[in-house]
Design a protein. Structure first.
Length: 159
């Protein structure tokens, strides 16, 4: 049951990130196509997780929990919901939305999300690898967008 819950929360988090990207479309209309593309990719990741949820239901013996716990995913989800609420309310400067998204993408890279759920089934190993790769590419893309939007260097470069 915990495996299914991990997958469900992971999917919900992807959909929350898609919502954040769509909020960025409003904040940065000149880059709305870029943010819509990112949102669609997040929804694609959610679809990958749907297939994993189905496989876990059919063959739970082929899956085991990885190194990212359900509790961690729920904490991330609470942070995403809070950030989404703050961005929608206009509580913070638009730059905050990009910083929050980069932070999320970076933290999921560091947590090795492809090992959130573990399987020996090659097809799903491949899908999980694609899913994890998305965090890396999105983080890089957000860095480039941030530079374009704010005509500045990356504040994380000096760290």
């Amino acid at each position: 049951m915990e495996l299914a819950n991990i997958a469900v929360v992971l999917k919900q988090n992807e959909l929350l990130v898609a919502e954040l990207y769509r909020e960025c479309k409003k904040l940065f209309p000149d880059y709305s196509k870029d943010f819509e593309s990112l949102a669609l990719e997040e929804e694609g990741h959610a679809a990958i997780i749907d297939s994993i949820i189905e496989d876990i239901a059919d063959k739970p013996e082929e899956w085991k929990p990885g190194k990212v716990s359900l509790q961690t995913l729920r904490v991330i989800q609470a942070q995403l919901k809070k950030t989404l609420s703050e961005v929608r309310s206009g509580e913070f400067a638009p730059h905050y939305a990009l910083t929050a998204l980069r932070s999320f993408e970076q933290s999921m890279c560091e947590r090795s999300v492809e090992r959130t759920l573990v399987t020996e089934v090659p097809e799903f190993q491949h899908l999980l690898g694609l899913f994890a790769e998305g965090f890396v590419t999105h983080n890089r893309f957000l860095q480039e967008l941030e530079k374009k939007i704010f005509n500045s260097r990356d504040p994380f470069d000096s760290l």
